[in-house]
Ligand binder design. Structure first.
Ligand SMILES: *Cc1c(COP(=O)(O)O)cnc(C)c1O
Length: 362
């Protein structure tokens, strides 16, 4: 193990919000993890400190050139008070893939995982236990060097913050309407679409705002070259059940390789459901809708886990899917993945990491 993590506990614990007030990413816990990088010292001084503002020079490169990456995962409290993380090592592997694409130096994945565990245990009283709630974990890296030259920063900070989040589905899992975007694009192969980096989200806000104004929950992005092939939805990957086969776009270098996507694929293989990862055009989807073979559609991501799609809008046409109801497979996937995450179901693929007994090293 690399340098040990120091812990400075807060003298002022905050009041915790009520479970029905949580929402998403509105409240933050009492502590945060922070570690610095310089070209001379590498990553150093890993520490847990009271949650607090960070002071940055106005010339810090993150503000000017967007050299930053993030991750998102969740910690769950089980019915018998154990604390489970869902596939956390996959998030730190992906963080380093994003780092590599953004010319940010890699982070020791074992150290990051150790930091995450210690931070979650330090603030374990903040993990909500009401149905559908969890503790959202947001690790991120920012370029902090104060210099305006367009070169990779010589200084960074790696920070982890925690936010108790409410149930995504207050009245049970419910299908959403999605706008298929025909004008704006999110990313192209060769760009940064496969990295979880801030610019991708800033680039998507305009289309998202327009779609939201028309009553759509999210946009479905098409590829940036032909405006034809399905990529992903907002911050979710996307799956379609066409006939008896589940189809999802093959990883093509322009959208994010979701960990929920990977988990759903593994489950479908485990259940012997026919799956195809391939190129899928909007025309093929419209045709499948016309001939009645488009049975289900759903998004996958850490926040909602499974988000059934009840309607797609494409060039003024509204395509209702599964009569606007949650499909059988979508429901089964949701129940299975969330059941594993909450420690209520068998975990045949060993996705959860029980951190209940890890010592906090204080
Ligand atoms: C985070 C994210 C996803 C989903 O990834 P998960 O690992 O399943 O949470 C999909 N698309 C984008 C653009 C994302 O940022």
């Amino acid at each position: 193990m690399a340098a040990s993590i120091s812990i400075e506990l807060t003298a002022n614990k905050k009041n915790k919000p009520a479970a029905d007030q949580l929402g998403f990413g509105k409240y933050f816990t009492d502590h945060m993890f922070i570690m610095d990088y310089s070209t001379e010292e590498g990553w150093h001084q890993p520490r847990i400190v009271p949650y607090q503002p960070i002071v940055l020079d106005p010339a810090a490169k993150v503000f000017h050139y967007g050299q930053t990456v993030f991750e998102g995962l969740k910690a769950y409290k089980t019915d018998d008070q154990r604390i489970l993380l869902f596939r956390p090592h996959r998030n730190f592997q992906r963080l380093n893939q994003s780092n590599d694409r953004l010319s940010i130096p890699p982070i020791d994945e074992d150290l990051a995982l150790e930091a995450l565990q210690q931070l979650v245990l330090t603030d374990q009283d903040w993990i909500p236990s009401a149905e559908g709630t969890s503790l959202y974990v947001r690790p991120f890296v920012i370029a902090t060097e104060a210099a305006l030259g367009v070169t990779p920063s010589q200084h960074y900070q790696f920070i982890i913050i925690l936010s108790p989040v409410g149930s995504y589905y207050k009245e049970g899992i419910k299908p959403v309407a999605i706008h298929v975007e025909s004008e704006y694009v999110r990313a192209v192969a060769g760009g940064v679409g496969t990295a979880k980096t801030a610019g991708n989200y800033a680039a998507g806000l305009k289309a998202q705002e327009l779609a939201s104004g028309q009553g759509y929950a999210q946009v479905l992005w098409l590829d940036g070259v032909h405006h034809k092939y399905i990529e992903e939805v907002g911050s979710m990957n996307v799956f379609f059940k066409i006939g008896d086969t589940v189809v999802t776009p093959a990883l093509n270098g322009s959208f994010l390789a979701g960990i929920t996507r990977e988990s759903v694929l593994q489950l479908l293989h485990h259940w012997n459901v026919p799956v195809e990862e391939r190129q899928l055009s909007i025309d093929e989807l419209v045709e499948a809708h016309r001939n009645g073979t488009l049975k289900e559609a759903f998004g996958t991501g850490t926040a909602a886990v499974i988000s059934p799609i009840g309607e797609l809008s494409w060039q003024g046409e509204r395509l209702r899917i599964g009569e606007g109801q949650t499909g059988e497979l979508s429901a089964k996937l949701y129940e299975t993945v969330t059941g594993i995450q909450k420690g209520r179901l068998e975990d045949p693929l060993q996705w959860t990491k029980d951190i209940t007994k890890v010592q906090t090293g204080v």
